[in-house]
Ligand binder design. Structure first.
Ligand code: GDP
Ligand code: IMO
Ligand code: MG
Length: 420
């Protein structure tokens, strides 16, 4: 059987949560493979709305096993809060979420280091979600991190104290005001809760066993343009968000990857700093933010908005080998007279269809313009309900990328979808 992978092809917040929820009935297992509580995945159904940060988006479908893989960084206090919220809403989680022993832990001091390091960067800050992601992955790669499996060992407290002391020294060097008690107490409670209540497993064995009997859906976080290798470095997150991250983040072989489902919005958004060639500062950008409710699911920050960028999209498709595309938030463009899409860039007077290495390069997008459909589409459920102008827009994207657009999302609810 295969692992199908859902990934964001832009700068995150493409609508991965909704899609994983929609696709879950076809899978017995949903697994997160990278990132951590910097993610905010929104699901809407039956008039209810949930935002998940660490828990896989398969949790609302009965009978699905949800796995938090080794590639994820976990803040146990946030995880505990998420579980409490779900349980309070009547969603059962007991025994339905497996947590990898090899996933790394985010400590309270990782979050402090994130804040201190961002503050030290001044105007060059990344715009991190301040969840401790960068410092936790730094310790992982530096072979200094604490892993979930460590909580089961008697020397855990000593290991924690040693790492905390190292962090406190760094925080002093950065002149960061240290007040750790309250956060640390909550964090330690969540560690006890993990030990007592959670199913901690050798997830790579579980996943490969489960794969003998059914297909698995791997749920990416962030987006390809935030990938630590292929994104606009250093304005990126600290993990591999591209499809390859699913192999290392779950322990599945590349030959087990089946469909690579690339999710993109009908336009673009980015939250945090870094290059965004098609960004709009005019009324059109404001209309996208207003109509798309483009405010961060994790931090509440307004998202930067702009036209669809085919240079960046084709780059993401190339790096991950997307086999099908899902277009999200088409309804946000309902009121636009014209819709633009970048098909190339002008850099230093020369035209290119490559995403540049330099993050400070002035890039002038070359646009192709499409007629808007000027009608509400959120009631559409089949392709024949969709206006011809939207179909033209979608066919152009297919032509340019060479990948079929299999799914068009016309609203936030799980039902507001058109399968092609
Ligand atoms: P994720 O991080 O990729 O899961 O995406 P987020 O949840 O951060 O952001 C996507 C937002 O768009 C959420 O508020 C979703 O409820 C919403 N959304 C998803 N699909 C659609 C759609 O087709 N139309 C509209 N209007 N909103 C959508
Ligand atoms: P989902 O999974 C959008 C951005 C931050 C910042 C950069 C680094 O909901 O799509 P980090 O906290 O990782 O150190 O921040 O990455 N970022 C996201 N942007 N959606 C996300 O996740 C993001 N996770 C991180 O805004 O620019
Ligand atoms: Mg999000």
């Amino acid at each position: 059987m295969k692992v199908d992978v859902v990934i964001g092809l832009q700068w995150g917040d493409e609508g991965k949560g909704k899609i994983v929820d929609v696709l879950t009935p076809k899978y017995s297992v949903v697994a997160r493979f990278q990132g951590g509580p910097n993610a905010g995945h929104t699901l809407e159904f039956d008039g209810k709305k949930f935002v998940l940060h660490t828990i896989p988006s398969g949790i609302f479908r009965d009978g699905t096993i949800n796995i938090i893989g080794n590639g994820v960084v976990v803040d146990p206090a946030i995880l505990m809060g998420e579980i409490e919220k779900l349980n309070a809403a009547g969603v059962s989680t007991k025994g339905r979420i497996l947590l990898s022993k090899k996933a790394h832990l985010i400590l309270p001091t990782h979050r402090m280091l994130d804040a201190a390091q961002e503050a030290a960067k001044g105007g060059a800050k990344i715009g991190s979600t301040l969840k401790g992601i960068g410092p936790a992955y730094t310790d992982k790669i530096g072979r200094a991190g604490l892993r979930v499996g460590d909580v089961l060992h008697p020397d855990f407290d000593n290991k924690y104290d040693a790492l905390k002391q190292k962090h406190l020294t760094l925080l002093k060097q950065l002149s960061y005001p240290i007040n750790i008690e309250a956060e640390e107490q909550k964090w330690k409670q969540s560690i006890s809760w993990l030990r007592a209540e959670f199913t901690i497993v050798d997830s790579e064995y579980e996943i490969n066993n489960l794969l003998k009997n059914g297909n698995i859906l791997a749920e990416g976080a962030q987006g390809s343009m935030l990938d630590v290798d292929f994104g606009s470095y250093p304005f990126v997150t600290s993990s591999n968000t591209v499809c390859a991250g699913a192999c290392t983040g779950l322990g599945v072989a590349p030959c087990r990857v089946g469909e690579v489902i690339g999710i993109f919005k009908a336009y673009c958004t980015r939250v945090g700093s870094g290059p965004f060639p098609t960004e709009l500062h005019d009324e059109a950008g404001k209309a996208m933010r207003r109509q798309g409710c483009e405010f961060g699911s994790t931090t509440g920050r307004p998202r930067r908005c702009g036209w669809l960028d085919l240079v960046a999209l084709k780059y993401s498709i190339m790096v991950s080998g997307a086999t099908q595309l899902f277009m999200m938030k088409a309804d946000v463009m309902d009121s636009f007279d014209a819709i633009k899409v970048a098909v190339g860039y002008k850099i230093n007077g020369a035209t290119t269809d490559r995403y540049p290495y330099e993050v400070d390069m002035p890039v002038e997008p070359i646009y192709r313009e499409f007629k808007g459909w000027k009608q509400p589409i959120s009631g559409s459920r089949t392709e024949k309900d969709l206006p011809q102008e939207l179909i033209n827009y979608v066919r152009f994207i297919e032509e340019q990328t060479g990948v079929p657009v299999k799914f068009i999302s016309v609203g936030p609810d799980r039902e507001e979808t058109v399968l092609r």
